[in-house]
Design a protein around this ligand. Structure first.
Ligand SMILES: *Cc1c(COP(=O)(O)O)cnc(C)c1O
Length: 725
């Protein structure tokens, strides 16, 4: 806690507005086994192996070991701990145990805490100041087994008749409050293995500099002159050279035993463990992350499972990614991203988030940022540009239903690419950004799907789909699955590729396009060619995209981080509207992913066919994935189709598919009619409620003119921030 606060203060002082982040110096040097004066504190339930692991760790580092039970409590009390517990009772025991710990001081040691120490807040604050708290997170069932084997039949705080399982569950909250780093112990891990993990975790904690980010266009031969941390990446969005940020050292990999631990966990628990692995604790502490994650994936989702997987037909499953407040998969990222964003903002500046959307992003961003509270909300504005003709009536109503004063949506008489291009151009114009900084103390940022804090949360649901299939007995851990994704900006697909890098056994990521098939053609030919390809409107408008921005990250990945090549290719795309990747690279691309496309007729036919066969009604994007999976997937392993929107969101097209006549004009009436025609999935009540509240308001529409969009930005800043400053 102290360290983190110090680091955030340093950040603030050093940078308003952007300049390099400063970070705390490491205080413990594993390499030289010189711990400075800090302790390594092992925390966890009884039976977690704190004492044994502590001895091994201490031995490896050449440090003294302190066991709180033996070396602090028994020497203080001059009697065995069990005798003390028997003589004074649980409550008094905890208090006396806490007092003893408060009077304890040590430095440069490996300290094994007792299982009940974390229940005493004052004592924990005291010891936490002396070092790093490492939580040995052992599965509750393993603990129960071990305690039985050790013939321990009673633990501190266990009253008559309360099962050990419940006590452990209660304790877990305290462990998760005090931890600095988690060591996820697998069933069957030996003490040696856990000790190794502890060393790795401590080393990771000190080596914050190893978890920096680089631009996809960064030339390895000329490394960047400053280090870019998670917070910089989230706040800046795009890298200064126009590339996208990626972790310099790739993704952390988890072993099978660690993954198996996640099988029994809830969605937010899985999210927390995975995100802790991907975000350094000095960027976001485990406790802060926990608060954000549980806030993001709670009752705001209409399904408690958050992203449930359902069987569709044969070997095909759908992962329902539409239970968030705005009924598209974008909520999975955008219920969390604004919290991460606000956390990373340096104080003093205002931030205006600019978003280009072809529909679903708009409402998801407005919902996500609209849930911010307090000061965060006052200095963070959101301006959404959407193609006036490119969104459905329902999407428009959803966007205009948000009336937070720091959030606006503006329709543009052009297409999505124009909106996105204009925003990119604003970021690139130092005249404009300088003016906004000087005049209004305001920095422009983005929440587009290129933002790292949007991609990262999506890794969780791809992992979660796999874990659900394991939990439900469809597969054993280690068996492959394919994932089929309706693909626009390639963010969802990229997240699946990242989940694979973390160790999820995904065989192929199958990218599905509609008749705007530039990605499918690219996979077929190796040439990404925008020439002579006007954007063709479709019934799956969220994937009506020509420039799939996140593809740049994929090419960076398959080229082993060849920034020069990536920079070259994408400069060519800007200049000549096309690029071709070298043949070996195309081979690597095809190893990881497949791509196909689906006609408008096939999309509608699939909706009708699946509904006839199963009673389940897919939205048009999910149907695109279904058609492409039918064509490309060989059936030799399960295929998970990403259901990226609720069918109600694209009701008119779904009616057409189901050949339902006499469609009402009013979107709310449409949903009511659809509910009767679609037994599954359940109607999205939050979407329905929003539409009812929203009514029909006209919102601002502006010309396809860069200058006009800039004016909108200025007037938004003027309105929301001038009065705040
Ligand atoms: C945004 C969106 C997509 C495309 O996702 P990308 O990450 O941009 O590829 C697909 N389907 C729906 C319903 C969407 O809202």
């Amino acid at each position: 806690m102290g360290l983190l606060n110090a680091s955030r203060r340093a950040v603030g002082a050093a940078r308003c507005c952007p300049s390099p982040l400063s970070t705390p110096k490491s205080w413990l040097s594993i390499k030289t086994a010189l711990p400075g004066d800090k302790n390594i504190l092992l925390m966890g339930p009884p039976g977690a192996g704190k004492t044994t692991v502590g001895r091994i760790v201490a031995h490896k580092l050449g440090l003294p070991v302190v066991d709180v039970d033996d070396d602090v409590l028994e020497t203080t009390w001059k009697m065995p701990v069990a005798a003390k517990l028997a003589s004074v009772g649980g409550k008094r025991f905890l208090e006396e145990e806490g007092q003893a710990l408060r009077n304890f001081s040590a430095s440069g040691c490996v300290v094994s805490l007792t299982g009940s120490n974390p229940l005493h807040a004052e004592a924990m604050r005291h010891v936490k100041e002396s070092g790093l708290v490492v939580y040995l997170d052992v599965d509750g069932e393993d603990i129960v087994r071990r305690l039985a084997a050790m013939e321990v039949n009673r633990i501190v705080g266990q009253e008559e008749g309360v099962p050990v399982r419940d006590i452990l569950l209660h304790r877990k909250r305290f462990y998760e409050k005090w931890l600095d780093v988690r060591v996820l112990c697998g069933t069957g891990d030996t003490a040696e293995e856990v000790a190794e993990k502890v060393l790795k975790a401590v080393e990771r904690y000190q080596n914050h500099d190893e978890e920096t980010y680089v631009s996809t266009r960064c030339d390895g031969a000329a490394p960047p002159h400053r280090k870019t941390y998670f917070g910089d990446v989230v706040v800046e969005g795009l890298a200064a050279d126009g590339g996208l940020y990626v972790p310099k050292n790739g993704f952390p990999k988890m072993d099978a035993r660690e993954w198996l631990r996640l099988v029994a966990m809830s969605y937010p628990e899985r999210a927390l463990v995975l995100l802790e692995k991907c975000i350094h604790p000095l960027d976001v502490s485990a406790l802060d992350l926990r608060t954000m994650v549980f806030n993001a994936y709670g009752s705001n989702f209409s399904s408690e499972a958050v992203a449930p997987v359902r069987h569709l037909v044969r070997n095909q499953y759908v992962q329902e990614l539409f239970h968030g407040p705005t009924a598209s998969f974008k909520d999975l990222a955008l219920q969390l991203m604004p919290q991460l964003f606000a956390h990373c903002l340096p104080p003093m500046c205002n931030y205006l988030v600019l978003v280009a959307t072809s529909g679903d992003t708009g409402s998801a961003v407005l919902s996500g940022f609209g849930r911010l509270s307090g000061a965060d909300r006052h200095r963070t504005g959101v301006l959404v540009f959407f193609p006036e003709e490119g969104v459905s009536e329902i999407q428009r109503l959803q966007m205009t239903s948000y009336t937070e004063d720091n959030a606006r949506a503006v329709g543009v008489l052009s297409d999505f690419d124009f909106c996105q291009r204009s925003i990119k151009r604003m970021f690139g114009e130092s005249g404009l950004t300088g003016h906004l900084a000087v005049e209004y103390g305001t920095v422009l940022s983005t929440a587009n799907s290129i933002n790292w804090a949007r991609l990262l949360p999506q890794v969780v649901y791809h992992s979660s789909a796999y874990l659900d299939l394991c939990r439900d007995g469809v597969i054993e851990f280690g068996e492959p699955i394919d994932v089929c994704i309706p693909t626009g900006n390639f963010g969802n697909a990229m997240s699946a590729l990242y989940a694979k890098q973390m160790g999820v056994p995904i065989r192929k990521v199958i990218c599905a396009s509609n008749h705007n098939r530039v990605v499918a053609d690219f996979f077929a030919t190796g040439e990404y060619d925008l020439r002579g390809r006007p954007l063709k409107p479709s019934r799956s408008p969220a994937i009506d995209i020509l420039k799939s921005s996140n593809l740049e990250r994929f090419i960076h990945h398959v080229s082993d981080g060849d920034g020069r090549l990536v920079g070259d290719l994408f400069a060519r795309l800007d200049g000549q509207q096309r690029f071709r990747v070298p043949e070996p690279l195309l081979g690597r691309i095809r190893q990881e992913a497949l791509a196909g496309w689906c006609s408008e007729d096939d999309c509608l036919a699939a909706i009708r066919g699946v509904r006839a066969q199963t009673g389940y009604v897919m939205d048009t994007h999910t149907a695109v994935a279904k058609v492409v999976a039918d064509g490309l997937q060989d059936g030799s392993c399960p295929a998970v189709l990403c259901a990226t929107a609720h069918c109600g969101k694209f009701a008119p097209a779904v009616f057409k598919a189901l050949q339902i006549q006499n469609i009402p004009e009013d979107p709310v009436e449409q949903l009511e009619k659809l509910e009767l025609a679609a037994p599954r999935p359940e109607m999205h009540t939050e979407m329905m409620k929003r539409l009812k509240e929203s009514g029909r308001r006209r919102q601002a529409v502006c010309q396809a003119d860069y200058g006009v969009l800039v004016e909108e930005v200025e007037s938004m800043i003027h309105d929301s921030f001038l009065k705040v400053m």
